[in-house]
Design a protein. Structure first.
Lengths: 161, 60
């Protein structure tokens, strides 16, 4: 294959690395969630954008939080587990059961994030893509089929409007 | 405009850029320390490290 055809083809996914990370995601998820195998998994992330003004220096800061997102079709439950890009560990899970949440919908602007309001006090916006190249910021995993399945579940069986 | 003047303007912009960065880091450090001071009694969030793989365990 020539140099230019490679260039136009764009970046290629390292499936070995992606599969290893998918396995790690499953191990971490099952470690903290009871009956974890009953959930399908995707990688998602949250974005927290804040503006700052330090006198003559001002701008905005973006904090990215990596998430392992599990969903169970039967119980209509989404479980969110915070993690880090290298998947060396994870935090405690948060459960969003459809029967208990206030509302859930898919955002359109500025990003097409999956929004869940557990109550009136706060919300979580889950961004998910089939693959993100930047390993320093995001978990390196290819997830076309899983993302399509999650989108279908969220839009048709979890969203409230 | 002479080359010297262009160089002086570029140097001035570089100095402003570096000072801006230093100022940003300085304020961020102060804010971080203040935040730490007020939240030092709070329990850190739970963290679970990745358990060793079954195959890794067998190899040990």
């Amino acid at each position: 294959m020539g140099f230019f055809s490679k260039l136009f083809k764009g970046p290629e996914i390292d499936m070995e690395k992606s599969n290893a990370n998918a396995k790690k995601m499953r191990t971490l998820f099952n470690h903290v969630v009871k009956d974890g195998d009953n959930y399908r998994l995707i990688f998602g992330y949250t974005e927290d954008v804040s503006r700052f003004n330090y006198g003559f220096v001002h701008g905005s800061k973006t904090k990215i939080g990596n998430l392992i997102v599990g969903w169970n079709e039967a119980s209509q439950t989404i479980v969110v587990v915070p993690t880090v890009p290298d998947l060396s560990g994870c935090g405690d899970p948060t459960y969003y059961r459809r029967s208990e949440i206030l509302k859930a919908y898919r955002n359109k602007y500025p990003t097409d994030a999956f929004i869940i309001y557990p109550d009136k006090k706060g919300y979580i916006g889950i961004n998910a893509y089939d693959w993100l190249e930047d390993e320093k910021l995001y978990v390196y995993v290819s997830q076309d089929d899983e993302l399509a399945a999650f989108t279908d579940f969220f839009m048709n069986r979890f969203a409230t409007k | 405009m002479s080359l010297g003047e262009i160089g002086a303007i570029l140097l001035f912009l570089v100095v402003v850029f570096i000072f801006g960065h230093l100022w940003f880091r300085f304020i961020e450090t102060i804010l971080r320390r203040m935040k730490k001071l007020f939240t030092r009694h709070q329990k850190p969030p739970a963290w679970h490290t990745l358990p060793p793989d079954e195959e890794d365990r067998k190899n040990v």
